[in-house]
Design a protein around this ligand. Structure first.
Ligand code: 0WD
Length: 254
């Protein structure tokens, strides 16, 4: 038995074993959940398949959120395999790394739209697809960052996108609440991952958080994973529309 025994969830956004989504996936499995994973293209397939084997996960296929046919296929595979869904994790974001440095005002229209499409709209379209399978209620979780609330150096258009993502959490919570589907976000402190390596001066940001956060340390994927279990399990059954900081407390001082 476990906090997540009997629950089945789809986890999107594992690039490798340093991904935040991997930390959440592992914590869910440790607490008894069954999970499905996706990969973004052939390059990531080779990394995700061994992780799926390790976690006893079902691989639901290729998922590129800019390609709705791939999303249709992933959800069709989940429907065929399980018939229903209890939870979903969205840990996907993208922006051109040339624009994750310097001034926000230089953002191009193309990269603005692409960043919003992959990092914000994807959560809404995925929520709609998940709603159809969450026949007994459910829990949706996305990942955000403090750069949505305060100006962080180099975070630029991604900060604007995360602000829109956090607003989406609130609108989706209202739309889906009647079906007992909860929608929340974890605002994670900085963690060294593939996506984070695209952000200018990331090592400095890590050190800054370590020295200045109340807990005097940066967070780990395991810590985000454990908080994820709270949101994805019935422990948080009274909570929706929330943006919860898992950042060693940095947001109270930064
Ligand atoms: O410090 C950090 N690492 C933080 C990350 C602090 C706070 C929040 N986050 C957020 C990110 O913005 C993102 O929403 O957490 C989420 C997960 O990011 P991560 O774990 O830091 O990064 P990573 O391991 O790289 O996973 C993100 C993945 C992609 O990897 P790459 O490296 O290719 O960007 O998002 C996926 C992809 O697997 N992804 C896509 N998936 C489907 N379709 C797409 C796409 N078009 N684009 C990116």
């Amino acid at each position: 038995q476990g906090l997540m025994a009997g629950k089945r969830g789809l986890i999107l956004g594992i690039a490798n074993n340093r991904s935040i989504a991997y930390g959440i996936a592992k914590a869910c499995v440790d607490h008894g959940a069954e999970i499905a994973l996706t990969y973004q293209g052939e390059a990531f397939k080779k990394r995700v398949e061994p992780l799926a084997a390790e976690l006893g996960a079902f691989v639901a296929g290729h998922c590129d959120v800019t390609d709705s046919a791939s999303l249709d296929e992933v959800f069709a595979n989940v429907a065929k395999h399980w018939g229903k869904l209890d939870f979903l994790v969205h840990a996907i974001a993208f922006s051109d790394k040339d624009e994750l440095t310097g001034r926000y005002v230089e953002t191009t229209r193309d990269n603005f739209l692409r960043t919003m499409d992959i990092s914000v709209f994807s959560f809404t379209t995925i929520a709609k697809r998940a709603e159809a399978l969450m026949t007994e209620g459910g829990s949706l979780l996305t990942l955000t960052y403090y750069g949505a609330e305060k100006v962080m150096p180099h975070y630029n258009v991604m900060g604007v996108a995360k602000a829109a993502l956090e607003a989406s959490v609130r609108y989706l919570a209202v739309d889906l609440g009647g079906k007992k589907i909860r929608v929340n976000a974890i605002s994670a402190g900085p963690i060294k991952t593939l996506a984070a390596s695209g952000i200018g001066d990331f090592r400095y940001i890590l050190k800054w958080n370590e020295y200045n956060s109340p807990l005097k340390q940066t967070v780990t994927q395991e810590e985000v994973g454990d908080s994820g279990v709270y949101f994805l399990s019935d422990l948080s059954r009274g909570v929706t529309g929330e943006v919860h900081h898992v950042d060693s407390g940095y947001h109270v001082v930064g």
